[in-house]
Design a protein around this ligand. Structure first.
Ligand code: HEM
Length: 406
């Protein structure tokens, strides 16, 4: 029984380590170096293994050193190495004549892992995400072709979006496209633009991109707010969405037209993705526009920790105290990740709103759509318009809204 219990205990203790798949921190004998870093420490760090650095973190002179005014103080207080270590681990009491808490951070080696992540997984997976999205859309176009208006066109049109709606959409869309391009230049410029155009051209392009990116962000935020208030009521999910989703919106099958109101379930997903990701990109972007003024990650982590979610999904307890620079580093990474995800979603939206579907672009172009297009894609909305007298009467032989066109 006792053996069973101890086996179970061993298993339990071993599980978290196995789940994380990380070896235990190395703890080599440092007698040979007089307690200083060993080759093993350096190699373990290079292998990305966790190294218990308390042997350095705690060796900062501190109370052990004789005070400058005390006996033996003429020999100096903490040694240079100890002072540098204290600076590196943020333990020194740095005094500055100007600047906020960020000015008191003289060494912050989190910058290395930030750089490695930004130039490594972020750039690589971000590029994959956009590349695969474009490839899938091209494949979809090859297989399905342009989604045509199935029924006979009536030659009559109905007003789909008022000019203020189109203004809001294009303000947001135009600025987003410019932000996406300039953002990609800032992230990939060194890798792509320098080999293609050289350092000098890149310098001009990078400075211009950053300036445009920083300033046009306001247009995007304004457009986002406009779009939210103009369309939010039309984007509340309802039962019709389930019917639409059940047949994949008819996107994959010719002649299938599930009923939909002003926005179908697919568009509602685009809408909410734009709002949620757009707001998150805006918040992290503002935090970058006003460096060190709007830290938000430590607070967010504290809230998340309280929910128990990070612990449940294996992230452990997230740090609730972050150096000002760490806040900025996280803001840049979060900003880019969210932007990659929204760009991939928007690529699909641009496809379906332009080449992918006959008659769709008119909705945002002139604001007027072909009546038959409205019947096939937003049948319930057309019926509503007809009942209110805002659209021509359907007539006796017309296909009823929301049913497959013959
Ligand atoms: C060249 C680029 C774009 C084109 C051609 C385009 C086209 C369209 C069209 C035609 C509609 C109306 C669809 C309908 O009548 O039902 C629409 C709606 C919408 N657009 Fe765009 N759009 C573009 C860029 C963007 C961008 C960059 C964003 C967001 C950042 C965006 C967000 C939206 C949203 C949220 C809606 C309403 C929901 C929906 O219809 O999916 N669009 N767009």
């Amino acid at each position: 029984m006792r053996a069973l219990l101890s086996m179970a205990l061993c298993l339990l203790l071993a599980l978290p380590a196995a789940a994380q798949d990380t070896p235990a921190p190395s703890n080599p004998d440092r007698a040979a170096t007089g307690g200083a870093q060993t080759l093993d420490d350096i190699l373990a760090r290079q292998r990305g293994e966790p190294v218990d650095d308390s042997f350095r973190r705690d060796a900062t002179g501190g109370d052990d050193a004789a005070g400058m005014a005390g006996q033996l103080g003429t020999l100096g207080g903490a040694s240079d190495a100890e002072v540098w270590r204290a600076l590196r681990y943020g333990l020194d009491d740095v005094k500055v004549s100007s600047g906020g808490p960020e000015a008191r951070v003289l060494i912050q080696d989190g910058g290395m892992s930030w750089l490695a992540f930004r130039e490594g997984p972020l750039a690589t997976y971000g590029a994959y995400l956009l590349g695969v999205t474009i490839a899938l859309l091209a494949l979809f176009f090859l297989i399905r072709g342009r989604i045509r208006i199935d029924g006979e066109k009536t030659g009559r049109t109905v007003t789909r979006f008022q000019s203020i709606e189109r203004f809001g959409h294009w303000l947001m869309a135009g600025s987003f496209i410019v932000l996406a391009i300039t953002g990609l230049v800032v992230l990939f410029g060194r890798m792509v633009v320098i080999p293609l155009l050289g350092h000098e051209a890149f310098s001009t392009i990078a400075v211009a991109s950053k300036w445009v990116h920083n300033n046009i962000a306001w247009a995007f935020m304004l457009g986002l707010v406009m779009v939210f208030f103009m369309w939010v009521l039309h984007n509340v999910p309802n039962r019709t969405d389930l019917k639409w989703l059940a047949v994949g919106g008819g996107i994959f099958t010719k002649g299938v037209h599930p009923p939909a109101k002003k926005f179908n379930a697919g568009q509602k997903m685009i809408f909410w993705a734009t709002i949620v990701f757009g707001a998150s990109i805006s918040a992290s972007g503002l935090s970058l526009l006003f460096p060190f003024e709007l830290p938000m990650f430590a607070k967010t982590f504290a809230i998340l920790n309280d929910t128990g979610l990070p612990q449940a999904v294996g992230f452990g307890v997230l740090p609730e105290i972050l150096a000002p620079h760490e806040e900025m580093q996280l803001a840049t990474l979060w900003h880019s990740i969210m932007a990659f995800v929204l760009t991939a979603i928007i690529l699909a939206h641009i496809y379906i709103g332009s080449v992918g579907m006959e008659g769709a672009f008119d909705a945002m172009g002139s604001g007027e759509v072909e009546e038959q297009w409205a019947r096939e894609h937003h049948g319930l909305w057309l019926e509503e318009l007809q009942q209110k007298g805002h659209a021509p009467d359907p007539g006796p032989n017309r296909t009823k809204a929301g049913t497959p066109a013959e």
